[in-house]
Write a protein that binds this ligand. Structure first.
Ligand code: UDP
Length: 316
């Protein structure tokens, strides 16, 4: 297939691009490196069928790209990044999604958009199923991300209703793994970095809030299955690992892995931080035959190894 992938040099995007290239597809990535990484572009550059267009997805495409499939993943995604680039986040998920949908419509390409568990906000329903409409603060500190992703979902579904574009909306839950940026502020890179440097782990609030963590290779597997799947057309599908942990349980898992006591310090809970989050993945199981396979302990072990190696490289 000829594939257009926005955000291809980001954390999830680069893993997806690498898998698609390894499977023999031609992949053109669009990235403006707002939060994407040059190191990821270098890894992908080893594949002859990789092409990079360095530009903002909000701008008209600088070069023509003939494509059968479009994966639209571009957007800042960590709370620290989308706060830092709030307006860019709003525009990427509105104007950027519109531009990519227009490309899909014109080329009759299949379109998959990366949405998020943040579409559910601070949920009243647990676990979250796709037919739950969510509980989102429309003007809060997370709204630049939550509301723009909700807009992205809405315009995607409208292209299906209005133009018959072959679309699918994937709601990714917390994903982690190698190539997360050390300073992106999320719990996995923060705490792994702190643990490796012998610093205290920062727990926000009382640590009783929950998240469900999906290892990146599992997520990528779900994304690719969704793109192939005819029945996923015009569907909204959760992709995430349903194993749920409190932040304190996450800390305990790290302690077990490192086999050493880790000091904890408490910091204020950021505003609108969801109290709990866990995907219902019944739909992904049914439509895609998909289910995560990597347990948190194993995924954290792999991630930690990668952080150790790359921290060593950065220091040398
Ligand atoms: N968190 C924490 N310490 C950190 C980073 C995050 O306690 O150093 C908490 C954060 O408040 C949230 C959870 O961990 O409740 C997951 O945060 P993250 O930023 O990874 O993702 P989110 O799901 O909030 O987008």
């Amino acid at each position: 297939m000829n594939i257009l992938l926005t955000g291809g040099c980001g954390f999830i995007g680069s893993h997806l691009a690498e898998r698609l290239l390894a499977e023999g597809h031609a992949v053109t990535c669009i990235d403006n490196f707002l939060t994407g990484s040059r190191a990821n572009a270098e890894i992908l550059g080893r594949f002859p069928a990789f092409r990079l267009i360095e530009q903002d997805v909000c701008e008209p495409l600088r070069e023509r790209v003939d494509c059968d499939w479009i994966f639209h993943l571009a957007s800042p995604a960590s709370p620290v990044h989308y706060r830092r680039f709030a307006v860019e986040t709003l525009l990427t998920n509105s104007q950027g999604t519109y531009r990519m949908l227009e490309t899909a419509r014109q080329q009759r390409a299949r379109f998959l958009v990366a949405s998020t568990s943040e579409s559910y906000g601070d949920p009243d329903i647990h676990p979250q199923r796709e037919d739950y409409w969510g509980h989102v603060n429309p003007v809060g500190e997370r709204s630049c991300y939550d509301e723009s992703k909700r807009f992205s979902e809405a315009i995607t579904m409208e292209y299906w209703r209005t133009h018959g574009t072959d679309v699918r909306v994937m709601r990714f839950f917390n994903t982690y793994g190698p190539r997360m940026q050390r300073d992106d502020g999320r719990i996995v890179p923060n705490m792994i970095g702190q643990a490796l440097l012998g610093k205290p782990l920062t727990v926000y609030g009382d640590g009783m809030q929950t998240r469900s963590f999906c290892y990146v290779s599992d997520l990528v597997d779900g994304i690719i299955r969704a793109m192939w799947c005819e029945e996923a057309k015009a569907e909204v599908i959760n992709l995430g690992n349903p194993d749920e942990f409190t932040v304190m349980e996450f800390v305990e898992t790290l302690k077990r892995l490192l086999e050493k006591p880790l000091e904890v310090i408490y910091k204020p809970l950021p505003s609108d931080d969801p109290r709990r989050r866990k995907p219902d993945i019944g739909k992904a199981r049914r439509l895609l035959g998909w289910e995560p396979t990597i347990k948190l302990e194993e995924g954290l072990h792999r991630t930690m190894k990668w952080f150790e190696e790359t921290m060593g490289e950065a220091a040398s």
